[in-house]
Design a protein. Structure first.
Length: 368
């Protein structure tokens, strides 16, 4: 009698990068029936941003899939991505808040649509090359954990995933470092072993955000004020600038005071969309710092936090901050109090909560 020890069929998201390529290799070596999936989410030429970068990325994915002897399917999600990620991004910036397109993409495009595709293909799991881990606890719940390589951890971008989605996913590289991944890729003669990691907006890459926003949001000149209300310069649109952004000639415009003296190391401290003004301040000015804020649109992966003491992260690889989490029954909002005030906190920015290594969930920063 012959026994079939082949593991289940899996669908793996392959971007053309080294992380997803090594993830595919690992699953193939473990005996899974692997199908590659490349997503076409964005066309640069549609926005007048040059040649089609997605074709270059797909070429890498095709070559890796051929080397691994696995099929590669291309899924066109451009319409969905444009509506649920790009359009939302423009709307949010126009409101003066700072969205995170990578988080929106994972929540609304990548995971739900690829899980749907996996089901149609009779694939049991969806696999991605994210630096994160999934662990089933004693209660049978599937938890999202930070990766071994803290400098590359991507759990921040995954905090809006549902437990029901994590249950159907595999993150093979969560226990590997980036150095180890590149070493594995080189040992297996992957053409992308030294390919630079993607930076910038998910599926768009590194762009001039201001130029991109100008595609849909028209410039509107206004004043830049110091903390005392004195006019020290002009901007061409409040929407184009984020809290904590450096001001100066290298960063878009000059900020001057007095007899033509250019101020150095000044930052965007506040924005007022209705009045069309930016308030700027020197780097150590108290107005740049915040310690308390609220959370809108909270999402918790398995359950609501039981302890007031949590760790919070406000940027992808930012410092894990000791914080206190309380529920304000009057406002019906979660309130976060940081142990130490920090700079660069912007409304709409994602805040992600952790208990040790476990990602509890998170939400969007809101100022009351």
């Amino acid at each position: 009698m012959k026994y079939n020890f082949m593991k289940p069929k899996v669908l793996i998201a392959m971007s053309g990068g080294v992380d997803s390529s090594v993830a595919a290799l690992i699953l193939k070596k473990q005996g899974y029936d692997v199908i590659g999936a490349f997503m076409k989410n964005f066309s640069h030429e549609k926005y007048g941003m040059g040649k089609c970068k997605w074709k270059e990325e797909r070429d890498f994915a095709i070559k890796i899939a051929a080397k691994l002897k696995i099929p590669l399917l291309t899924f066109d999600f451009e319409k969905e991505y444009s509506k649920q990620v790009i359009d939302k991004m423009f709307k949010d910036y126009k409101k003066g808040i700072t969205p995170n397109p990578d988080i929106d993409c994972n929540e609304k495009i990548k995971f739900p649509l690829l899980l749907k595709a996996a089901k149609k293909l009779n694939a049991k799991y969806l696999v991605t090359g994210h630096f994160a881990k999934i662990k089933k606890d004693r209660k049978g719940k599937y938890n999202l954990l930070r990766a071994k390589d803290e400098s590359k951890d991507q759990s921040y971008f995954l905090y809006r995933l549902k437990e029901s989605e994590l249950k159907k996913c595999i993150f093979p590289i969560g226990d590997l470092t980036k150095t180890k991944i590149r070493k594995i890729a080189k040992e297996n003669n992957f053409i992308n072993h030294d390919k630079k990691s993607t930076v910038g907006i998910c599926f768009i890459g590194k762009i001039n955000l201001k130029d991109f926003l100008k595609k849909k949001i028209k410039p509107k000149k206004g004043n830049i004020l110091d903390p005392n209300g004195e006019i020290i310069g002009q901007h061409d649109g409040v929407y184009y600038y984020t809290i904590g952004q450096r001001l100066g000639p290298r960063y878009g415009f000059e900020v001057k005071r007095g007899k033509g003296k250019t101020l150095k190391r000044w930052y965007v401290a506040r924005k007022d969309i209705k009045k069309n003004i930016i308030i700027a301040a020197p780097e150590n000015h108290p107005i740049n710092f915040r310690k308390t804020f609220y959370i809108k649109n909270p999402h918790f992966i398995t359950e609501k936090p039981k302890s007031k003491r949590v760790l919070t992260r406000i940027r992808q690889v930012g410092e894990l901050l000791k914080s206190k989490l309380e529920y304000d029954f009057k406002l019906k909002l979660y309130k976060v109090t940081l142990k130490q005030p920090i700079t660069g906190i912007s409304q709409g920015q994602a805040i992600v909560l952790y208990k040790r290594k476990k990602c509890l969930g998170g939400g969007e920063i809101y100022f009351k």
